[in-house]
Design a binder for this molecule. Structure first.
Ligand code: ZN
Length: 505
């Protein structure tokens, strides 16, 4: 039984009054629900990005002062240092390099000359090597036009291809219904299968555009030379072929394949909740680019948007329950080398379990929604948070798609069963033609479109990092296998030698 003296009585009365008053205030002003809290923060993010975003300026500056950002090159090293310093200037004390060492390809020299058979009258054609082509190769052989280079095209020319050089469109020149286009590496694999001694790819984009990228489906060097010429050169050669069917091509290339050193750059924002801070959200995009231009679109826009999202979090002093890692991956173009290195490092340190979500930004431009990357559980989450974004910015479309794809850094995380997502948006078709090409420069970048990616990504990241629960959980080994089968990605993973689950279903 309570023994209450007067003093105690008074004290209790006092407490009762306070509680009653508190309840009365709460009744008048109901507790904020989580969407109201989000709305307040989103408003701040929106205002900050529209007024103080640095994404356009910093990407422009990097393109001008560094140029391309090829992994393992001195430019690549400069880009790593540039972004490390930038993150520190935004107030991140904990910015680390994650070094890795791998064998990587880079170009040296290449020439292509064409002449009628039994003539020395060679004409030089402007050309670039595709990546993963031989260290040294010199081939002289007749040209056989294989058109779009789909399986049926090769099949139709199968008796003529042995020892010849195949002339193949990178895209589908005459739009055809039915079969989808194949990747340049898959067309190269077909050419090899049909005995070709070399491949000349004709670009699909107008304006003397040359394109690079890997010609290997496996990640290892291929055995024949594969090069790319412009659409215009391709048209000239085809016009010439119609008058002179016996044209000879001479490809002479030298490349490097050597051990290179590169570094991912990682800035950490520690979670402020004891319960959640061991859960990590990785937001990453590849900083590296090909070397023909500046990689402004691929992936300047993605990586520099992440840097600006990081800036916003520091600028507004945003607190998150979960820890966020902002990551600049290197080596993506050569085969997701940086993200693979990160997974390996986490796995060795037994801390892979801490990564609960990965957001990848690769050529993400003018975001207007998110791709849940095949994880159904995330669709309602993105839609709900998107509704809150729409309250701040009605122009935000809140498009939510749910399609798993491969061939960017999220793949390394997806293979571990970690849920991933990406902002989706759009790139003007003309600009898209400069993908991997010698015209991927800063003049393709639009300030307002970049800022859209930054503000909506920052908002979604904040929501993810503070959600009481992230709906999609890490899949175990066999559920990950079933996920890829369901997403129709088994064949593609097998082609890339990434299928880990053996041959039986
Ligand atoms: Zn990319």
């Amino acid at each position: 039984m309570l023994n209450l003296n007067l003093k105690n009585m008074k004290k209790h009365l006092y407490i009762v009054v306070i509680i009653a008053l508190g309840l009365a205030t709460m009744a008048a002003q109901p507790l904020k629900d989580d969407t109201e809290e989000l709305e307040e923060v989103f408003k701040q993010i929106n205002e900050d990005v529209l007024a103080h975003s640095k994404v356009y300026e910093t990407l422009g500056d990097a393109c001008r002062t560094i140029g391309h950002r090829l992994t393992g090159s001195s430019n690549g090293k400069k880009a790593e240092e540039y972004t490390n310093a930038l993150l520190k200037s935004y107030g991140f004390k904990d910015v680390k390099y994650q070094p890795f060492q791998v064998e990587a390809w880079s170009r040296d020299t290449v020439t292509l000359a064409i002449a009628p058979r039994k003539s020395d009258n060679f004409r030089d054609v402007q050309v670039v090597s595709l990546a993963m082509t031989p260290v040294a190769s010199k081939v002289t052989a007749p040209i056989v036009d294989v058109g779009n280079g789909l399986e049926a095209d090769f099949q139709a020319k199968k008796d003529q291809l042995q020892g010849k050089i195949a002339l193949v469109n990178i895209g589908l020149l005459a739009p055809i219904k039915g079969p989808r286009n194949l990747h340049r590496s898959e067309k190269t694999a077909l050419a090899m299968q049909y005995g070709a001694a070399g491949v000349i790819f004709v670009n699909t984009v107008k304006g003397n555009v040359l394109l690079t990228g890997t010609a290997s489906v496996t990640g290892s060097l291929i055995e024949i030379p594969a090069v790319c010429i412009s659409l215009e050169s391709g048209m000239e050669i085809r016009a010439w072929l119609s008058q002179e069917p016996n044209l000879i091509a001479m490809i002479d290339m030298k490349n490097f394949s050597r051990m290179i050193k590169a570094r991912n750059v990682v800035a950490t924002l520690k979670g402020d909740s004891k319960k959640y801070r061991d859960e990590k959200i990785v937001i990453g995009g590849h900083l590296d680019s090909w070397d023909l231009a500046h990689g402004a679109l691929d992936n300047g826009i993605g990586s520099f948007s992440i840097l600006d999202v990081a800036r916003v979090f520091k600028q507004l002093n945003l607190k998150t329950k979960r820890t966020i890692e902002f990551v600049m991956f290197m080596g993506e173009e050569e085969g997701l080398l940086g993200s693979k290195a990160m997974i390996e490092r986490l796995s060795k340190a037994n801390s892979l379990e801490q990564v609960v979500f990965m957001m990848n930004l690769d050529m993400a431009n003018n975001a207007n929604g998110f791709n849940a990357s095949g994880r159904d559980e995330m669709v309602p989450f993105f839609t709900k948070v998107g509704n809150v974004i729409q309250k701040i910015e009605p122009a935000y479309k809140n498009t939510v798609i749910n399609q798993a794809g491969l061939h960017s850094d999220h793949q390394s995380f997806m293979l571990e069963g970690i849920p991933t997502a990406s902002p989706i948006g759009s790139i003007a078709p003309d600009a898209l033609g400069c993908y991997h090409a010698n015209c991927d420069k800063f003049d393709l970048v639009k300030k307002d479109e970049l800022q859209n990616t930054v503000r909506y990504t920052a908002m979604m990241l904040y929501a993810l990092a503070n959600a009481p629960e992230i709906p999609a959980k890490k899949l175990d080994y066999y559920s990950t296998r079933d996920f890829f089968i369901k997403q129709n990605l088994r064949k593609e993973l097998e082609l890339g030698r990434e299928w880990r689950w053996g041959q039986t279903e």
